[in-house]
Design a protein around this ligand. Sequence first.
Ligand code: GLC
Length: 649
Amino acid sequence: MAGMDTDRRRPPDDVLVAAAEGLGAVAEHEAELFALRVARWWPDLRDGLEALHDAPVAHDLARRLVALAGRAFAERAPELKRLDQVRTLEPDWFQQPRVLGYATYVDRFADDLRGVAEHIDHLEALGVTYLHLMPLLRTRDGPNDGGYAVIDYRSVSPDIGTVDDLRELATLLRARGISLCLDLVLNHIAREHRWAEAARDGDPRYRRYFHVFGDRALPDAFERTLPEVFPDFAPGNFTWDDDLDGWVWTTFNSWQWDVDWSNPDVFCEYADVVLFLANLGVEVVRLDAVAFLWKRLGTTSQNEPEVHAITQALHALTRIACPAVAFKAEAIVGPADVVHYLGRGVHHGKVSDLAYHNTLMVQIWSMLAMRDVRLAVHVMGAIAEVPSTTAWITYVRCHDDIGWAIDDADAAAVELSGHAHRTFLSDYYSGDYWQSPARGLVFQHNEATGDRRISGTTASLAGRGVASDDEVVARILLAHTIVLGWGGLPVLWMGDELALPNDDRWADDPLHADDNRWAHRPRMPWAGEADRHVAGSVEQRVFNGLARRASIRAGLEHLHASVRTEPLEPSDPGILLLLRRHHHGPMLGVYNVTERRGAVPLRRLHDVGLDPPTALDVLTGTHPAAGVDADADATVEPYGAWWLVSDRR
Ligand code: GLC
């Protein structure tokens, strides 16, 4: 038995032959490096594929994939191969506190890819080292869901540039210390993509790329347990197509066709796209809507175990061909499900390196509206541990709407009604609630469930134009201080650094008119950006406040993502206490989510191992508990924040 196990750990000979064929003529040391990597990652690749297919099918697929990896490795630029080595020596690169993300659409940030290059200094001034450019591969004409309806994975949308421009930008960014992150839309393609066209033309090979049903029997059976992502503008999960003479699975819009990941040909297509992007110099691949990749009758067809097996196999493939690349899972799902995207159980450390901390984002807005941290502490304290080699993407908001993913049971645990609380948050952030300064918009009101998601920029949700500037600045900075102090990879959304309000002309573009997420995807007003140099302006206070926090963070080892964050039971319901037990010593984050003064008993500092009188708040360089009696409380200013560590000076 033991012998058999050892054999199974070794790549079979025909796989090695396929690898060599893929490689072609490369230098001997390169061939050797590649063979070592295949051997190292073979068990992960094989296990991932065997969770999807019978052994012979998995074997054949593995052979094809290793051949693709070989070819990609042979074609990989020397500079990128060097980066592979650097990252192999420094696998925690994305966990380091100096890493700061920024996300934007190319055409909203600049005119095109070349234009992005002209604004790198703006990113540098903030301390950005990671740039997520929203989907920029060629999309269908007409509505395209902000680029998430791709017709060609190997070309760039012509209005923003070419593949060569993209490669050049990636190279330039890398030279300036910024890693490029790009979306891989891998759950669906545009109905005008050539695979879909071929399917519509009757090619059976391509029909099998999709989930197509001749009648309503199965779609109806699936619909019984499927949620609706866009109930307003794209109800249902299937779309009739005359040419196909059938119903095709369309989770999102009717023109976004879900692909069938159980088809090995589909797997190879996407594996090849991952390798293509990696060889352009993309360092982080965002796996868009990854939760939806596997369909199963009687379920929501989200978060199925096979999704993680697919990710594991793709991840192993990148370790073999291009180990500089990291994966970021976009799974906006509940806390019990989301942890699996960073690897639990057999997938521990083998799937995505990064995943969105949607729960933290939702809880930040919930705390600010409630002036109460108890629900957040309960929910975040219950999140299972994730591998210490991974990191959460922390963010205040992104290009998508905010859905109030708050469980009834969690709400009940702190004596709230889940439904009433979600209703309150929608009312509050759409400005309907009494005295709410927030000016968000309701996105996708689901009549059946009563859910109302919210669109809006950070500044508009924080009350810009309604509340006083001081309050707005304080709320924006506090929300970001939590995100920066969490110990993940924080990503700022374009425009939030200048407190941009909602774009009130978002509906002028007829292609956007039915999707108010465009309200929080404004254009960068480069002319107005000058306001950040005007002393005392909101723009300046927010921009400088963020840049200063980012630079303090960059030097604070305690924020390395390998350490988990523990929310502590609050002493004052308005004050969030987040503890990080780092080997340099404890770090206590103290955040007042209210407009009132708050209090922290000194014994709370003492209890976590800080010496209260000398505990240093690195955000201000002061000792906020100095001079306070040991059995008394330290005062936290409205919306104040401290990052307390032991003073080693
Ligand atoms: C992701 C994107 C979202 C898009 C959807 C479909 O959730 O973030 O913007 O609508 O995928 O591709």
